[in-house]
Design a protein around this ligand. Structure first.
Ligand code: GLN
Length: 200
């Protein structure tokens, strides 16, 4: 189970730790590595796109020419989980703030996103999230989080705050606007690794 964390910018170390701990807990013995080249990505069975700064990550994806490899693997059915900035990059459509920052979206999911939808850094908050089919009462950490303003076609909204989607799934693809890697709770990483196992 070769599982990669896109490591060009953002919270990749925290995801690496969470995946390693979740793999151990599940007794999966997954091979977890940081990746940043298309060759590394084409060898994977699962990929995490972390939170960080979506405009910066998108620029680095372009510089390293890895967007095509990610898209190809997504189309092949490889599980990909994007968190926070990662959920922006996985979307097909972004609001004005996304467009203004020149963020090129990977267009993996039938979602529209709004950047910084819950306010600025000082409005970061924690919220207990029920994620349909995944887990209940998950301690969601929201840091300048985007919102998923629309899920179209085969994309399903899994969790909401006052009607706004904060987690969505489209077959092999999982998008979360919060940071599961910043808590001790491993249930989302376990769910993702189970998706990777089922893909193999
Ligand atoms: N607001 C950031 C962005 O738009 C995302 C914040 C995060 O990933 N914690 O890129």
């Amino acid at each position: 189970m070769k599982t990669g964390i896109l490591s060009v910018q953002g919270a990749f170390l925290e995801h690496e730790l969470s995946l390693k701990r979740a793999s151990k807990k599940l007794d999966f013995n997954a091979d977890i590595n940081r990746v940043k080249s298309s060759q590394q990505i084409s060898n994977l069975d699962g990929l995490v796109i972390p939170g960080g700064e979506s405009s910066t990550i998108s620029r680095l994806i372009e510089n390293f020419e890895i967007g095509y490899a990610i898209k190809e693997k997504a189309d092949q059915g490889m599980p990909i989980m994007g968190t926070c900035a990662g959920s922006i990059l996985m979307a097909t459509e972004g609001d004005k703030a996304v467009q203004k920052s020149n963020t090129s979206l990977l267009s993996l999911m039938n979602t529209s996103v709004k950047r910084n939808a819950f306010g600025r850094q000082r409005y970061s908050f924690e919220y207990s999230v029920d994620i349909k089919g995944v887990c209940e009462n998950f301690p969601g950490v929201f840091i300048r989080a985007p919102a998923i303003t629309e899920c179209r076609d085969n994309c399903r909204s899994l969790a909401q705050i006052e009607g706004t989607t904060i987690a969505a799934e489209q077959e092999n693809l999982l998008s979360l606007v919060f940071h599961p890697e910043l808590t001790e709770d491993l249930r989302i990483h376990e769910y993702f690794l189970e998706k990777v196992r089922d893909y193999l």
